[in-house]
Design a protein around this ligand. Structure first.
Ligand code: 5BU
Length: 449
């Protein structure tokens, strides 16, 4: 008993739990914050912790140990060293080359693996890890956890048949800290009150289009058109002749805010065609959006943007660009709204969370970027464009993945949805564009309330 309390007090000195006002990832305001990672800074405490966790697992049958990444990795390693039981390592992400294994180490089918977790809240990350370990042919029966935040995680795992043992519950932790005067009476009751009546996460409200703080003039124009037409639809005109494209522009023009093009797939492209398209765009009030997906150094992008047979810079209102070459490379796009690609819709895309974070930094620091392409809400200041929308199918056989207008508008808070084959391959593009327009706008309005 005394030993556990000593351990906790020393861990507290290292900063594993802090009291005050903290905003959690879920948006909830919490009076305390737990992070067990500092324990690795004290080898002695880590050893004590490992021995305690091994004691908890005394009756458990296991041949291997695995820590849930990342916080429990050093804990699992120390337990392995102290007990002589081999360690396996679960990756957070598949490295995408080599063996493509999610679990590293030497193991055999049917071996039993003890899982180690630092903090259990909802139990979700522990369950995901168990699932991946089991998919490798291993068995999991027991888990040991340092701290239970008492938010239903243990019950969830028990229901699924797993044995979970915890070293401390959050209530025990605050009682001990209070007893040893690390926590005042007021703080204790504040934390207890929070634990007894956990607040629901705040609802993320969508900012209506007219209230968005859009800086870019093309962004403002696009929003004006959207509000006037009651449309958040961009049709992607991926047809390969100018005749088909002009016909499509006439048919869908009234229902869209922009027409997205891939001019390099058009067989008979000419600047005359562009003049004709511009006339339709003016008459039907939509913008021209060239989906060029630039991805080169600034100088080359400038040539691709201004020169060649397409002379994109002379007519496009908006363009797409990757940001892989960095912020400076985007400066060459003048007089146009840049839509930066931070996440793609296709299966197996390399645009993972890490990429999105870095890409967003580039996009947000470039003044000519008016929006981003992504499959989720990523930025408050930039407009969000989401391709991969189709009401009749969930994908093609070339990696495209589709969502419904409802999903992208209500789930992702997308500002503009991009629909290609769903419209131009339909029997009646005008009618279908109108249908997407009303579905998209209704879902947008529903997402406001
Ligand atoms: P579809 O026919 O609705 O699948 O066409 C989608 C269009 O959006 C097509 O022109 C793609 O090049 C474009 N697109 C996409 O589908 N996914 C992406 O991540 C990006 C663009 Br970026």
């Amino acid at each position: 008993m005394q030993q556990r309390e000593d351990f906790l007090l020393k861990a507290y000195e290292l900063g594993i739990i802090k009291f005050g006002n903290f905003t959690l990832k879920s948006g909830i305001e919490s009076p305390f914050y737990v992070d067990l990672r500092p324990l690795s800074s004290s080898p002695q405490l880590l050893k004590t912790l490992a021995n305690n966790l091994l004691e908890l697992a005394d009756d458990a049958p296991y041949d291997l140990i695995c820590g849930v990444p990342y916080a429990a990795l050093p804990m699992g390693t120390t337990m392995s060293l102290a007990s002589g039981t081999p360690l396996i390592i679960k990756r957070k992400e598949n490295k995408g080359y080599g063996t493509k294994r999610m679990v590293e180490g030497v193991y055999e089918d049917g071996q039993n693996c003890l899982l180690v977790e630092d903090v259990i809240t909802s139990g979700q990350s522990l369950l995901e890890t168990i699932d991946e370990i089991e998919r490798e042919g291993l068995n999991v029966t027991d888990c040991v956890v340092v701290l239970d935040r008492e938010q239903g995680g243990i019950e969830k795992l028990k229901k699924k048949g797993y044995t979970v043992k915890t070293l401390f519950t959050i209530n025990e932790v605050i009682e001990i800290l209070h007893r040893y005067h690390r926590l005042s009476d007021g703080e204790l009751s504040r934390v207890k009150n929070f634990l007894n009546n956990p607040p629901a996460p705040p609802e993320v409200k969508r900012v209506p289009l007219e209230q968005k703080q859009i800086q870019h003039p093309v962004g403002k124009r696009l929003v004006d058109i959207a509000l006037k037409k009651k449309s958040n639809l961009i049709a992607s005109a991926d047809v390969i002749t100018t005749a088909e494209l002009l016909k499509l522009a006439e048919e869908v023009g009234d229902h869209v805010v922009a027409l997205k093009l891939h001019t390099d797939i058009i067989k008979d492209f000419s600047m005359d065609f562009i003049e004709n398209l511009k006339k339709i765009a003016k008459e039907k009030d939509f913008l021209l959006f060239e989906d060029r997906k630039f991805a080169d150094i600034g100088n080359t992008q400038e040539l691709q943007y201004k020169e060649g047979i397409y002379k994109i810079g002379s007519w496009a209102d908006m363009i797409t660009s990757h940001v892989i070459a960095g912020e400076e490379s985007l400066k060459v796009f003048d007089n146009v709204g840049v839509v930066a690609i931070v996440e793609m819709s296709s299966k197996g895309t390399l645009t993972d969370d890490y990429y999105i974070g870095k890409a967003l930094n580039v996009a947000e620091s470039a003044p000519n970027v008016m929006g981003v392409v992504a499959q989720r809400k990523v930025s408050d200041d930039l407009l969000l464009f989401t391709p991969g929308v189709n009401i009749s199918t969930s994908g093609d056989n070339k990696g495209q993945q589709y969502n419904t207008p409802e999903r992208v508008m209500r789930g992702y808070h997308t500002d503009f949805m991009i629909v290609g084959r769903g419209i131009y391959q339909s029997a009646n593009p005008k009618e279908v564009a109108q249908e997407y327009q009303s579905l998209g706008w209704a879902a947008y309005e529903a997402s406001l309330s």
